[in-house]
Design a protein around this ligand. Structure first.
Ligand SMILES: *[C@@H]1O[C@H](CO)[C@@H](O)[C@H](O)[C@H]1NC(C)=O
Ligand SMILES: *[C@@H]1O[C@H](CO)[C@@H](O)[C@H](O)[C@H]1NC(C)=O
Length: 149
């Protein structure tokens, strides 16, 4: 599901990311928000990689098929240390990989701080503003730390 959605949306995404010359960072951000995306979220006691078919409308619990729990660089609280090279494989078999600058958290919201790939399409990773995307089944608020478009 993850794979095929990306395949069908690839052309749309390429168009959506082609911002007009001179667009401000915020305009680029708004244009990019129309595409599908991947969010790197923290849910108090664990982290998750969340796939959004429509990044303008992804403030809901993604369900098991559209999320992946990374376990490669955990800190002492069970959260992923995102500012590194990491990856996570969804149940569908698709692996999303990212590479995020070590100083990403000291940069302004929505800054470009890294890159990502799902194996056949590249993504730009930006710092997010830590808005709560959803509350999981255990009452944990899940906040968006980075997003990839
Ligand atoms: C994405 O979600 C936004 C906000 O709900 C909506 O306005 C837009 O039509 C959606 N885009 C697609 C392609 O479904
Ligand atoms: C990012 O946005 C959040 C929420 O609006 C705000 O609290 C925070 O100060 C912002 N961070 C930066 C570095 O601008």
């Amino acid at each position: 599901m993850f794979f095929s959605k990306f395949a069908t949306c690839a052309a749309f995404l390429a168009t959506a990311l082609a911002s007009p010359l001179g667009a401000s960072a915020n305009e680029e951000h708004q244009i990019a928000k129309r595409a599908n995306g991947v969010h790197l979220v923290n849910c108090v006691t664990y982290s998750a990689v969340v796939y959004c078919e429509n990044d303008s409308n992804c403030n809901f619990n993604p369900g098991a098929g559209n999320q992946c729990i990374p376990r490669d660089h955990l800190n002492g609280n069970g959260l992923e240390i995102w500012e590194s090279a990491g990856s996570c494989t969804f149940d569908t078999g698709t692996t999303f990989s990212w590479n995020i600058q070590s100083n990403a958290q000291s940069q302004p919201n929505f800054s470009v701080v890294g890159s990502g790939t799902n194996g056949f399409q590249g993504f730009t990773v930006r710092k997010d503003d830590q808005h709560v995307m959803y509350t999981d089944g255990n009452g944990h608020a899940c906040r968006s730390i980075y997003y990839a478009l």
